[in-house]
Design a protein around this ligand. Structure first.
Ligand code: NAP
Length: 346
């Protein structure tokens, strides 16, 4: 089975990762790339400041970049991946949905909407059925599914793994790579030899999206997880890979070994881009792992790494890491696209 796909916002940091991940994909065939008016009409090679550490696939390099509007997309495209700035996405995604396109989107608009599934296939695949509610309420022929913010997706799989011990409260502090801000996000003068203890809107995203992802869907609505979540987000001068320090207050009192086992044995999903083992866990012999440079490419950037697990007075603390533009963005949308196909929505 071949599914023809398009990328909205294909020239940016996340869009380039989509191009890389779709190259040789077993199901998806790239048919359309769009960007802003200033890129429209150029070849992809001319329009994109390519920075992925692999060449632009030859067939994509010569594709014409189209304007981001429904008329630009070929009629036989069934699925769109969106990596537009959220303000732009909030304006243009509905136009594609009204035209019947299924959109798997990275952008933060609508992630918390009651009728929009916010999905990580390994964590809450059943939430995808919110699409039925969404179609009833909005009258769209298409469907919209979102993946979470890159910092949220780094910690949530580890939280899902330890929720069996009764998560009551989460505190998390992040060390986030510059690619998370996109190309024009942080200048070199701001970030070299520096750390910035604020990322606009990021803390709120971690605090709210994580509770929706870990919530229960009753067929009509998602009941968010009741744990309090407090986040502190910091930008540091790494290129890719977000590292996070998590402090979890738990109802039970598991040993660090039990926590490591729960994470290591957390089940994945059988989708083409999913890693065999979602969470790689370092033990006491590797207290300095995970690290961005050494661990961001685990499972081709689709896995999560954890380590430094220690008991605290009321729970556990540990570190976790993921590749923010792969697992945290393009790879997350791609996996949601594969789930949409598997579940018959495409
Ligand atoms: P980016 O590097 O700034 O790329 C933005 C893309 O959107 C480019 O293709 C750009 O085209 C296009 N675009 C900008 N304005 C447009 C307009 N008015 N109309 C049509 N297209 C327009 O941003 P990014 O880092 O890839 O992020 C994309 C989205 O993913 C954002 O919503 C971001 O919050 C989210 N996200 C990013 C990450 C990450 O790690 N970077 C992680 C998770 C989620 P031009 O090249 O023509 O300007």
């Amino acid at each position: 089975m071949t599914v023809r796909v398009g990328i909205l916002g294909a020239t940016g940091a996340v869009g380039q990762r989509f191009i890389q991940l779709l190259d040789d994909h077993p199901t998806f065939e790239l048919a359309t790339v769009t960007a802003s008016e200033s890129s429209a009409g150029k070849t992809y090679r001319e329009a994109a400041k390519w920075r992925v550490d692999a060449p632009i696939p030859d067939d994509v390099a010569e594709m014409e970049v189209r304007a981001t509007e429904p008329d630009s997309v070929a009629d036989d495209v069934d699925l769109l991946f969106s990596s537009l700035p959220s303000g732009v996405a909030a304006d243009v995604e509905p136009a594609f949905l009204e035209e019947g396109y299924v959109v798997s989107s990275n952008s933060s608009n609508d992630r918390l909407a009651d009728d929009v599934p916010l999905t990580i296939p390994e964590i809450n695949p059943g939430h995808l059925d919110l699409i039925e509610v969404q179609r009833d309420e909005r009258g769209w022929d298409g469907a919209l599914v979102k993946n979470p913010n890159c910092s949220t997706i780094t910690m949530v799989p580890t939280l899902a793994a330890i929720d069996r011990f009764g998560i009551e409260e989460i505190n998390v502090s992040t060390l986030q790579a510059v690619s998370g801000a996109g190309y024009s996000g942080v200048t070199s003068m701001e970030i070299i030899d520096n750390a910035i203890p604020h990322i606009g809107g990021e803390e709120n995203k971690m605090e709210t999206e994580s509770r929706k992802l870990l919530g229960d869907f009753d067929g009509t609505e998602v009941h968010h997880h009741e744990a309090d979540v407090a986040a502190s987000c910091n930008r540091i001068p790494t290129i890719d890979g977000h590292l996070e320090n998590v402090f979890a207050k738990l109802a039970d009192d598991p040993s660090p070994a039990e926590v490591r086992t729960a994470m290591r044995e957390f089940e994945g999903v059988d989708l083409p881009s999913a890693p065999d083992q979602l969470i790689k866990v370092y033990g006491e012999a590797d207290p300095e792992r995970p690290q961005p440079r050494l661990d961001r490419t685990y499972a081709d950037g689709m896995g999560i790494c954890a380590g430094g697990v220690q008991s605290t007075s009321d729970g556990v603390k540990y570190n976790c890491l993921s590749h923010n533009t792969i697992r945290g963005a393009a790879g997350a949308s791609l996996l949601n696209g594969e789930l949409l196909v598997e579940e018959g929505y495409v």
